[in-house]
Write a protein that binds this ligand. Structure first.
Ligand code: FAD
Length: 558
């Protein structure tokens, strides 16, 4: 009878345990969990704190007893594995209730220890009222603090997914929110101009957003905490949520001498085996090559952890028959009324990796605009200039974002190209989409760029333009032009361009823009077919340019 031990009983570990049992009824399976609970929804924790999920029990997908009854798995909660003796194929286990140490042997061991929140040695970081959020115990502490002290103000440190979800949920609970982020933008998975849309939305919701500033120290002020920023600014808060990132929990693996990668995760092979063939590792703790960049990465997402859990169970029982292809990091988050999603690589990641890419930004309606309730979504895609392969996508919008990002993810995961976007055969009826879906439109524009039908310029390039030799042409209506434009632009509405073409200089580079790029494309085609060569459409139009312009403080333009 095989003996399988699993360390970590939440996303990856619980999935692996259940699948192991479904494949091998005779095995002895023990799952160790340091915390009090197994198989709960980490992803639901912010919504329970905010009251959107009103009943705490709803967070538990499965209980320890449920696991025992349904899967005949020996679940040991409040039990920490403290060491792995690989040569003896044993683990040393501490019962956290009484400190008792026992030893268990294994045939195969699965590590799914997750990640731990970063808590840098900032002065005052241990003052009561400062919390990190990783598990149910953290959640209970935050909830209890909120219930007993009724905080009116919160400082969220860190603008990642969890920070933003906490901002929204504490805002919903009636608190004044200040979000402090050291980088120039929230949500590191997005490129700046896409994140800028999120910044505007946060500010519109009343969140005080402090970018490019970090926490220098915390001071205990009795009933409140004074948060002192690197800029010298101070903020009073009744509660502080630290959400500045996590690191893979690799203590056990390191001490057992398993190979650790450059990013600090447990190195695994394509069967998800660590450097010891009898020890598998999954979830937040592992490091694996990103299929788009080829770069070793840590993926902190529940989907990959769950899928890896299933796959290792298959490999353990069937003898390494299944190959893990890696995660392209598909993620989605609700940020107040926006849905923000990304998949594959961002432009800044591709640039850092030296991978050539072309970027294109389009703005499309979530469904037919003549049917009530349509809203615009901003779509940015990245693709290879040589192979036309899709490399990444980001979407920010009010509705229909989740559906489109999964289409991009499916295509990127299968090494699809710009042409696959164009040909994507989507379901259409007015309440759901348009005859040309936002995915198709992103493909059409990308094809225009690849084939040279359209040349594009990006917002970052505008400040560096040689203005003496550039003609910036605003082809929107005079009303739109008056409401805000690029400094120095000349307004010729697209419908008048053919009649007024003589006023467009032939010896200059022409940068055409409209609201989102569609009218500018028509104008650019008129100009190109009238003998103008250097004609560029501003990608994303004034909507993207204006979003960046209004974002303060903006990034340095290059
Ligand atoms: P975990 O699920 O964290 O489980 C690891 C477990 O191992 C822990 O319970 C830990 O106590 C236990 N453990 C560690 N060491 C030992 C030891 N030595 N002995 C015994 N037990 C040990 N991802 C998404 O994709 N979408 C979301 O919306 C989303 N929202 C999130 C919201 C929050 C608040 C948090 C915290 C995470 C969120 N995530 C989300 C991330 C997702 O939850 C993780 O990627 C996923 O849980 C990772 O699975 P895992 O098995 O690697 O680790």
């Amino acid at each position: 009878m095989a003996r399988y031990l699993i360390i970590g009983g939440v996303a990856g570990g619980a999935t692996a345990a259940a699948r192991l049992r479904r494949l091998d009824e005779s095995a002895e399976i023990i799952m160790f969990e340091r915390g009090e609970y197994v198989s709960y929804a980490n992803c639901g924790l912010p919504y329970y704190i905010g009251g959107v999920i009103p009943v705490r029990d709803r967070l538990f997908v499965q209980t320890a007893d449920g696991f025992r009854n349904r899967f005949n798995i020996d679940v040991r909660v409040s039990t920490e594995v403290v060491s792995i003796a690989r040569e003896r194929k044993q683990v040393e286990v501490r019962d956290l209730a009484n400190g008792a140490i026992t030893v268990e042997s294994y045939d195969k061991l699965v590590l799914s220890p997750g990640a731990e929140p970063l808590k840098p040695p900032i002065p005052g970081i241990d003052i009561p009222g400062i919390f990190t959020l990783r598990n149910v115990m953290d959640t209970d502490r935050i909830k209890q603090h909120c219930d007993t002290t009724k905080p009116k103000s919160a400082v969220i440190v860190g603008g990642g997914f969890i920070g933003l979800e906490m901002a929204e949920n504490l805002h919903a609970a009636g608190m004044e929110i200040t979000l402090v982020e050291m980088a120039e933008q929230v949500m590191v998975n997005l490129d700046y101009e896409m994140a800028a849309e999120v910044h505007h939305h946060l500010r519109a919701k009343g969140v005080t957003l402090l970018l490019k500033d970090g926490v220098a120290s915390f001071r205990d002020k009795g009933r409140s905490i004074e948060v002192v920023l690197s800029s010298g600014r101070t903020i009073a808060a009744d509660i502080v949520i630290l959400s500045i990132g996590v690191r893979p929990d690799t203590k056990l693996a390191r001490e057992a001498g398993l190979d650790i990668g450059k990013r600090g995760g447990i190195l695994v092979d394509r069967h998800l085996r660590s450097s010891d063939p009898d020890i598998y590792a999954i979830g937040d703790a592992i490091e694996f090559a990103n299929p788009v960049t080829g770069r070793s990465v840590i993926t902190l997402l529940a989907g990959p952890a769950n899928k890896q859990g299933r796959l290792v169970a298959d490999n353990i029982v069937t003898g390494n028959t299944r190959i893990y292809g890696g995660s392209i990091g598909t993620a989605v988050a609700k940020v107040f009324d926006l849905t923000v999603a990304s998949t594959g690589a961002s432009e800044k990641t591709l640039a850092a990796e030296g991978i050539p890419c072309v970027a294109s930004i389009t703005h499309s309606a979530s469904h037919a605009t003549y049917y009530p309730g349509a809203s615009q979504m901003s779509v940015k895609i990245l693709f290879s200039p040589d192979s036309c392969t899709l490399l990444g996508a980001q979407i920010v919008g009010a509705s229909g974002v989740d559906r489109r990002i999964d289409v991009f993810a499916a295509l990127i995961g299968k090494k699809g190209s710009v042409y696959d976007l164009m040909e994507f055969d989507h379901a259409y009826a007015p309440p759901y989409s348009s005859a040309k879906d936002p995915v198709n439109i992103a493909g059409f524009v990308a094809e225009n760029i690849l084939t040279g039908v359209m040349k594009v310029m990006h917002w970052r390039q505008v400040p560096g333009l040689d203005r003496a030799n550039t003609f910036i042409l605003d082809v929107r209506t005079p009303g739109e032009h008056r409401a805000g434009t690029i400094e120095g632009s000349v307004n010729i509405p697209v419908d008048e361009l053919r009649d007024r073409i003589a006023s467009v200089p032939r010896d200059k580079t022409i940068v055409v823009f409209c609201a989102v790029g569609q009218r500018a494309h028509v104008a650019a085609r008129i100009l190109r077919q009238s003998g103008f060569e250097e004609v560029y459409n501003l990608s994303g139009g004034y909507r993207t340019y204006g979003t960046v312009l209004r974002d303060s403080p903006g990034p340095a333009c290059c």
